[in-house]
Design a protein around this ligand. Sequence first.
Ligand code: GCO
Ligand code: MG
Length: 413
Amino acid sequence: MTIKTVSVNITSPGRNFVTLKIVTSDGLVGWGDATLNGRELSVASYLRDHLASTLVGRDEDRIEDTWQYLYRGAYWRRGPVTMAAIAAVDMALWDIKAKKAGVPLYQLLGGASRDGIRAYAHASGTDYAALKDAIAGYQEAGFTAVRVQTGVPGLGQIYGVSSSGPGARYDYEPAKRAADGSAATAPSSETWDTNAYLSHMPGIFSRIREDFGTDLRILHDGHHRMTPAEAARFAKDIEPYGLFWLEDCTPGEDQTALRLVRQHSTTPLAIGEVFNSVYDYQTLITERLIDYVRSAVTHTGGITAMKKLLDFAAIYGIKSGIHGPTDISPIGMAAALHLDLAIHNFGIQEYMPHNKQTLEVFRTSFTFDKGFLHPGETPGLGVELDEEAAGAFDYMTAYLPVNRLTDGTVHDW
Ligand code: GCO
Ligand code: MG
């Protein structure tokens, strides 16, 4: 059997998704997620204009060889666009291989290492009362772990906080269309003040511990906005509240920044959602500067590359915390779940459920029950794109925001 056709689907059931479809000469279909939030069309073009014709006629069973062919063969390596395109091909080929074997993908990755995958939810609120409501809602829904983000007095809309008010749960989305729902022409702007944030946040964690006790796993995302010294101070200040992790406390690309944070605090650190290669982690892993690897399967070269990255991390006692916001499609999410179930060094899985329209377009077989996810027993990845349903939702430009300090200087967001 060989690869017969390679095509790209772009759909927007509330948000944009790019999906790769590979069909073999025997009619087997494999799906891959190629969604890169706010830059979707660049990956679609990479796949359509540069990869599709090179894949036709190749043996679909040769997954490692195809990965190396695309990575080394392009000469230009790494970067989110290239690695998301390679990831989509890789996922589709694993999907086909597992369908051919008649087993869910996790069986080909070594079989299940656990019964369920502990998931964390996104709780947010513009003030503590709204945040408390959101946390309680997630606990009721069965979650044992929540990421908490809240507004900072004096600042308006900031990263990670739903603007829909109390009770808002599943609707946080950083990529914005225009206010009337049409295509965006430019990113929106947010305002940031690290000093206000550093003064406000420790008190929030203290109140969460008072209200919810010590069993709840609490996570928090700094979204790259602190300097190494600020992050070290913050990680030390919040130590008494025993966070599960502090994510992206400093800008991701500066690996050695985490040395200072590590020297001052035992707060566990997670980083990597903007990384796309094992080399982005080389210093972080070998110097044990992190506790959790945050890469998305979709942005880091797919299942083949993620398995190697997580095995490398395992040698240093570092665990997984695979990226799973709504900008990862259900196909990318399923790829994460099969890995989560199979690897030994699983840590936790981010889970932001997709909206109803998205789940009508992508037919999933993964499940969530009492705080734990499972990829299901359907052969392959267990997700199929309904192309007819997808056709009802045209691509709509949406941009991630730009962040500025109170004096107008552009800052990390
Ligand atoms: C997370 C992330 C996301 C990103 C988003 C950008 O921890 O889930 O920080 O919310 O901001 O994936 O597209
Ligand atoms: Mg994050």
